[in-house]
Ligand binder design. Structure first.
Ligand code: BG6
Length: 300
């Protein structure tokens, strides 16, 4: 499969299709600056984003499954059409463990390297969720930024609503020296307290225990700072109102078979999505959202 996709979609020096873990095809994008990103056809799952110096920005578990019927642990799982256990579908919906189609790769005139993937209904998805849809993910790789555009088109004849999230796992050196900024004053749903609603009082969120919160209608610009590396990542979202902050900490890490016991120390999830608001899409119409990650020194 990788070979065939390569023939169709490779662009010399910019886009390669290779066999990744588990023999699964992955698309490797390289920007002329040296930055790079990788996305698997399985789940349209972004598993790597490296800066121009080759430093990895995303966390990927050493214990991840690499199998067609299982999601990958780390990177960016795409949660659709359900978030977490908020409905009758499997947790986080079905998009993260299906094979998507690769539709297009391109180098734009400003040097940005792009790849577009798409998932449409199958007999299996129709059994789970009786709607015809096209879910699109477009990656845009720049020197020090990665943008993910998501699109949901209703290709059927009945209105549907959905939830969608980009469940991004950032790589950090030591969770004890990580902070998340931009959520002060925002109402959150605490998944560890039966969905209780509270208001965030901290300007800088730090971690010392399991954390699993959905911040409702969060600001469109958020930041993760990693003091140990002096690196900060800014997250800019558009039409994705909610943000989730998640770290499983010790006990949950031990319960997760595809996650190492100590790996909670080296990751934090800051997810962007539309979770509380379930967009309704009528036949022939389309919803779009976008998230951009950009790398900054902490002083900037
Ligand atoms: C987060 C949820 O988004 O994903 C957590 O808020 C959940 O409750 C986590 O544990 C991981 O989910 P999964 O299905 O990938 O193990």
């Amino acid at each position: 499969m990788a070979e065939e996709l390569g023939r169709q979609f490779e662009i010399p020096d910019s886009v390669k299709v290779t066999e990744g873990n588990g023999g699964m095809p992955r698309v490797v994008l390289t920007h002329e600056s040296g930055s790079s990103a990788e996305v698997y056809i399985h789940g349209a799952h972004v598993t790597s984003w490296k800066d121009a110096e080759g430093k990895e920005l995303f966390f990927l578990s050493g214990e991840s499954n690499w199998a067609i019927d299982k999601p990958i642990r780390g990177g960016i799982p795409v949660c659709f059409p359900q978030f977490s256990g908020q409905g009758s579908l499997p947790p986080h919906g079905f998009a993260r463990d299906r094979d998507w189609g690769l539709r297009r790769t391109e180098v734009l005139s400003n040097g940005i390297v792009t790849a577009e993937l798409q998932l449409t209904e199958t007999a299996e998805t129709l059994e789970l969720w009786p709607h015809q849809f096209a879910l699109g993910l477009r990656l845009m790789l720049d020197e020090d930024a990665l943008t993910l555009q998501t699109q949901v088109t209703n290709t059927g004849s009945q209105l549907f609503d959905f939830q969608l999230a980009l469940h991004t796992y950032f790589s950090v050196e030591d969770i004890h020296r990580v902070s998340v900024h931009g959520l002060e004053g925002i109402v959150f749903i605490d998944s560890l307290k039966d969905g209780a609603r509270e208001t965030e009082s901290r300007s800088s969120i730090r971690f010392k225990e399991e954390t699993d919160r959905i911040y409702v209608d969060a600001p469109d610009s958020l930041r993760v700072k990693d003091e140990a590396t002096g690196r900060a990542i800014t997250i800019e979202k558009r039409n994705m109102p909610d943000a989730v902050v998640w770290n499983p900490w010790t006990a949950k890490a031990q319960r997760m078979p595809d996650f190492g016991d100590d790996e909670y120390l080296r990751m934090v999830c800051l997810e962007t999505g539309t979770i509380e608001t379930r967009p309704c899409v009528s036949p022939g119409n389309r919803w779009q959202g976008e998230t951009t990650f950009s790398i900054q020194g902490q002083d900037r």
